[in-house]
Design a protein around this ligand. Structure first.
Ligand code: FAD
Length: 284
């Protein structure tokens, strides 16, 4: 963890683009509520294959023009063409976006054409080639290894390659096992990978959703945690209280170990993330 301790500890937040006007109104309130923590930036997810392109853009526009915060659009390249990415970059530059979360994404079912980019590293290289340093580029990292990587060493090899194409920092997939992050960062250090690797934090608010989500993205919900959450059955209040205690403890341990801040998967909800952030002590 030595290399990570040189970076300041910052908070960033992730939202998904609301599908309805009501959802957008709710998100505006959520964004206001987070103002007290001066988040470094607010990222907005993007449906792979461009499926949320307009809604992502609307949300990014709102953050850039109507709030005091910096928006960081996610950009998935699977199914995209060089031309479509350049058009999106033009739009983002025109509205003052300075940071992009550059991803591969997963081809949506039914979509056959993978487009002109194969991996996130191709997108990072392309943005650097076309736009120089106009954007701070975030990439994804997987402390528990990406589900498609043959093993963790292969995962690290391709992660290093992606970083070398011009990534500035990384955000991890969420995890509940502190050691997975500490081991990953140490392994990155051994491979000469030198950039801030910010842990992604998922507040626990719903058992079924958490299990479904985790199966989809390859994040492990440890057996002890699963058992405890399962035992709350319909007692949502106790589940929330327990979930908060678990995630708060994890987040504090990460900060104490010197992680460069935390990136919260807010799920467009204020309270779970806010309650965790309020309880934390930062080193700097
Ligand atoms: P890559 O870095 O390209 O890696 C994908 C796989 O390919 C890995 O197994 C890697 O080891 C392997 N690989 C990489 N390069 C090579 C190579 N040259 N040769 C062979 N193998 C290689 N998804 C969305 O659809 N929208 C979002 O907004 C979104 N936001 C995310 C935000 C974060 C912080 C994270 C962690 C994930 C997010 N995802 C999102 C999910 C992400 O798109 C998936 O995890 C996807 O499967 C991989 O994307 P990537 O950018 O990590 O891909």
């Amino acid at each position: 963890m030595k290399s990570q301790q040189q970076y300041p500890q910052k908070i960033s937040l992730e939202f998904f683009p609301p599908r309805t006007p009501e959802g957008m109104e709710k998100l505006k309130t959520v964004i206001q509520d987070f103002g007290q923590f001066s988040p470094d930036y607010m990222s907005v997810t993007y449906g792979a294959g461009g499926t949320t392109q307009e809604k992502t853009l609307d949300t990014v526009r709102y953050i850039q023009s109507e709030t005091a915060y910096n928006a960081a659009p996610h950009l998935t390249c699977i199914g995209a063409t060089h031309e479509s990415v350049l058009a999106l970059l033009d739009t983002y530059q025109a509205i003052g976006v300075k940071r992009i979360v550059a991803l591969r994404g997963d081809l949506p079912s039914g979509m056959m054409d993978p487009g002109e980019f194969k991996y996130a590293s191709d997108l990072v290289a392309f943005i650097r080639q076309e736009r120089g340093d106009a954007f701070h580029l975030e990439v994804a990292a997987y402390p528990e290894t990406h589900p498609q990587a043959r093993n963790c060493e292969v995962g690290i090899k391709w992660f290093k390659h992606k970083v070398e194409q011009g990534a500035d920092s990384a955000i991890t997939q969420y995890f509940f096992n502190l050691d997975s992050y500490l081991q990953f960062v140490d392994n990155c250090e051994k491979h000469g990978i030198d950039l801030p690797i910010v842990p992604g934090i998922m507040p626990i608010t719903n058992y079924e959703n958490l299990i479904r989500f985790s199966q989809g993205c390859g994040a492990e919900v440890p057996r002890w945690l699963k058992c405890r959450l399962e035992s709350f059955e319909d007692d949502k209040e106790s589940l929330l209280a327990f979930g908060q205690e678990v995630v708060q403890t994890l987040a504090q341990k990460l900060l104490d170990a010197g992680s460069p801040g935390l990136h919260f998967y807010s799920m467009n909800q204020t309270q779970p993330t806010l309650d965790i952030v309020k309880s934390l002590t930062f080193k700097n």
